[in-house]
Design a protein around this ligand. Structure first.
Ligand SMILES: [Zn+2]
Length: 139
């Protein structure tokens, strides 16, 4: 895939995540802010005096928020590598990540083997591939 295609894919993914961030922030009762970049995680409680049941929503929202922010981080990193070189190469072994993987996950940082290794170590949270990646407990 060309740099242009990669940039377009990353841009689309970024917009999708920013939209998700908006939704997650709402769920968490946080101010999303708009325009450039990722909003600050200022914990301003806008629901003063809410009942206890809001707490769960908030926790789910915050977890999602964290996930989306880390995904956005990956995208920014990938955009940086597009600019400075190294995009599409595994950060561990330097091998080609491969078009198929990059199309599915434009911000991929590792080849399949090292992605799995990183996930096994718990350093990498699986991306929001497709739909919101939640509901998978057990590790
Ligand atoms: Zn690798």
């Amino acid at each position: 895939m060309t740099d242009h295609e990669a940039e377009a894919a990353l841009g689309a993914e970024r917009r999708r995540l920013l939209a998700a961030l908006d939704g997650a922030s709402e769920g968490a009762g946080l101010e999303a802010g708009d325009g450039d970049g990722v909003p600050e995680l200022s914990v301003v409680d806008q629901h003063a005096g809410g009942s206890g049941s809001e707490t769960l929503d908030k926790e789910v929202g915050l977890a999602l928020l964290e996930q989306v922010r880390s995904d956005l981080d990956d995208i920014d990193r990938a955009l940086g590598r597009l600019e400075h070189g190294g995009y599409g190469l595994c950060e561990v072994c330097g091998q080609d990540i491969g078009d198929a993987r990059l199309e599915a996950m434009p911000a991929a940082r590792y080849c399949l083997a090292h992605q799995q290794a990183a996930e096994a170590e718990g350093r990498v949270v699986p991306g929001l591939s497709g739909e919101a990646g939640e509901g998978r407990h057990g590790r």
